[in-house]
Design a protein around this ligand. Sequence first.
Ligand code: ADP
Length: 255
Amino acid sequence: FRDRKLICQIIPFENRRQILVTHDVTETVRIEEMRRDFIANASHELRTPLTVIVGFLEIASSDMMIDAETRAAHLKLMTEQGHRMQRLIEDMLTLSRLESVDYPLRRERVDMRALVEEILGEARALSGGRHTIGATVDGPDVNGSAEELRSAFGNLASNAVRYTPEGGSIALAWRDGPGGPRFVVTDTGIGIDQSHISRLTERFYRVDKSRSRETKGTGLGLAIVKHVLLRHGGNLSITSEAGKGSSFIANLPGG
Ligand code: ADP
């Protein structure tokens, strides 16, 4: 019973004997801890931009002598922080929908060529010509949710752009394989140290918080990717080397 959390109950039985009943509540406690951590992290993430917005609003309402240029700069910062809160809330709602039993997966025939082209266009727009980005499509169409797969594969592609310095390359590929088709995103970016890899799909887990924020990250992208793949019966595998680049492989089941 080492490492297990147990609740023990002693129940009187006939002839002055007793029965010892144990309940293993390890899983319940773990889920409760995860829920608590999530609420604490989410509140903290939302409090930071809100503090900035409230701060500038207080300045605006107390200091009448503020010049037009400063006012414009404050409004710009408040708008950025407002958008950050919107992104966080959108991603939190997406995650909670993906986990909800009331939101079953709606499968349809997904045109993978069109989907990959759409993701390639978005990645190029995000890069603004700072990277070389290409895509190949050799795999079959699949039965799944086009909306969810677009969001998952799009997250992997946008991460590759966000974590690859200017001049780097990114390759998107939809391939078939013996275990099933897969979407592979390879970049020549900053890479990830091995010690972080197993934790990347945890909510709000980031290797470098300030880099994630600068590039408009919420820390929820890979958690969304993981849930979409799980719902489709697939999984995510990650290989990376710090300073060299990464490969994110979204595996879907075959057949
Ligand atoms: P974020 O919004 O912070 O990018 P994600 O959940 O998408 O959140 O990713 C979690 C973390 O994984 C990132 O903060 C970053 O440290 C790391 N990461 C994700 N994709 C890459 C990549 N292609 N190259 C290097 N690091 C990455």
